[in-house]
Design a protein around this ligand. Structure first.
Ligand SMILES: CC(C)(COP(=O)(O)OP(=O)(O)OC[C@H]1O[C@@H](n2cnc3c(N)ncnc32)[C@H](O)[C@@H]1OP(=O)(O)O)[C@@H](O)C(=O)NCCC(=O)NCCS
Length: 437
């Protein structure tokens, strides 16, 4: 009888490898995750709770802010209390307040129970993961809006940042419910999305993740917009008449110090992990920094560049560079980043007589044939021109046609600077190409 092979799922291995730079990147960062109360009854709650525990396990400081809209609606309905709104703000009269407290508490208790269960399911776990709560949110009445008194609907007055951070530093998940307390001892019903945004801003969170009922920001042609900066986001809303409160929150958070806001589809199982640990994400990113960023490399980029070029070195496509050599030469390199991961790179080495060598141009295999190689090449040529160079050359074994398509011409070794000729590796037998700038 043949023995069954162990069940190694290659896509999982690949996913873990893809995730590993993000795991390192996110460790120790503070994320605020928001979802409304309807998630409690949703089919993906189990997966979501497991993913939250996983994020915590990966060293992310996690603040979860929940809403309770559905639960409040149904309790008010059951008690025949009329639901009144001014804009998106609910009017919370004194007779509604006990139902609001009841609804919010029930969601909170359910979430605490699920988080406790999921934490206990982790194999080899030493001590239980604690979910922290408390009087972190000081509120005040929203007051009279457009002539209408909102009674016990409140807005955030102050957030006890130090207390939240203490809990996060102790490794606890902070769960924040949409109720706030006033210094006069009253309880206020808060808009949960607004609360999550205020918390993310106050904590200077690295990320705020808003779970919503659509796959991110969708344009008129039903295509998900992958990335926007706050200014483009405003223009997008005006042009497409979509976006609403989620986008408003994202823009506000970005403008007030939260670098990245992710809008993701709450109905998709695993959406948090897909958004945070894959190169392409799973929703819309509203970010102050451009999605693709081309800049000079620093010593911090050595690991990212090595990860990109080592497989090509092993295939003999690029010349082998040790980490030490790369550390010395990193000042010559430029990198193209997507979400802080190096997806392409290239180097420029100036020689006397206004000539420079372009080297080590590489694009991650997942991103080839999207014009990134061209972006890198053009940017390096621009740098060469800015540095006063009049001509560039390249030595290549596998990409001569690509360079030719980009305006390079075949040349002789004798045309290279003398110093470079002396270093020419005849065994590699690279082709020489030149381009006047
Ligand atoms: C060469 C390289 C940088 C191009 O990156 P890229 O982002 O795919 O390039 P672009 O999107 O700008 O251009 C894509 C076009 O170039 C073509 N192309 C890509 N690599 C090529 C190569 N080695 N030879 C000939 N053509 C090539 C593609 O087929 C595509 O053309 P098509 O769409 O008409 O079929 C990338 O393939 C790479 O990293 N290769 C391995 C490293 C290497 O050889 N570097 C050069 C030595 S310094």
């Amino acid at each position: 009888m043949t023995e069954e092979l162990p069940n190694i799922r290659i896509p999982t291995v690949a996913s873990m490898r893809e995730a590993s730079p993000y795991i390192r990147l996110h460790r120790g960062e503070t994320f605020v995750v928001y979802f409304d109360g309807d998630q409690i009854n949703g089919a993906v709650l189990d997966g979501l709770v497991q993913d939250l525990i996983l994020l915590r396990g990966l060293g992310i400081k996690l603040v979860v802010v929940h809403g309770a809209r559905d639960q409040i609606n149904s309790r008010l309905q059951d008690s025949n209390i009329e639901q009144e709104f001014v804009g998106n703000l609910r009017i919370t009269r004194i007779d509604a307040l006990p139902h609001v407290k009841d609804a919010v508490s029930s969601v909170r208790i359910e979430l605490e129970a699920r988080l406790s269960q999921a934490a206990l399911d982790v194999p080899g776990r030493g001590s239980a993961l604690t979910v922290a709560g408390g009087n972190f949110i000081i509120a005040r009445p929203a007051g009279v809006v457009n002539g209408v008194d909102l009674h016990f609907t409140g807005i955030v007055r102050r957030i006890d940042r130090a207390a939240i951070e203490r809990r996060l530093n102790d490794g606890e998940i902070v769960l924040i419910s949409p109720l706030g307390y006033s210094p006069t001892g009253e309880v206020f019903n808060l808009n949960s999305l607004d609360l999550a945004t205020s918390v993310a801003i106050e904590l200077r969170a690295a990320k705020m993740i808003l779970m919503m009922e659509s796959p991110g920001l969708v344009d008129r042609d039903n295509i998900v917009v992958r990335e926007l900066n706050p200014r483009d986001a405003r223009e997008f809303v005006a042009a497409n008449q979509v976006g609403g409160l989620f986008l408003d929150s994202a823009i506000r958070a970005c403008q007030l110090g939260v670098n990245r806001v992710h809008l993701v589809d709450q109905t998709v199982d695993g959406v948090l992990l897909a958004e945070l640990f894959t190169r392409d994400g799973a929703g819309t990113l509203v970010s102050n920094t451009p999605f693709e960023q081309f800049r000079l490399a620093t010593i911090e980029d050595v690991g990212g560049v090595l990860a990109l070029i080592e497989p090509l070195e092993q295939e003999g496509i690029l010349v082998k560079r040790s980490r030490e050599k790369l550390e010395i030469e990193i000042g010559h390199f430029s990198v193209l980043l997507r979400e802080d991961t190096v997806i392409a790179c290239g180097a420029l080495y100036p020689f006397p007589n206004a000539i420079g060598e372009l080297a080590c141009i590489a694009v991650h295999p997942d991103y080839r044939r999207h014009g990134f190689g061209n972006i890198v090449l053009q940017a390096l040529e621009r740098r060469a021109r800015d540095a006063g160079l009049e001509e560039v050359f390249v030595l290549t074994t596998h990409a001569s046609h690509w360079f030719q398509q980009n305006g390079f011409l075949r040349a002789d070794i004798q045309g290279l600077p003398i110093e470079r000729q002396a270093m020419y590796n005849f065994q590699r037998n690279s082709l020489v190409l030149r381009k006047r700038l």
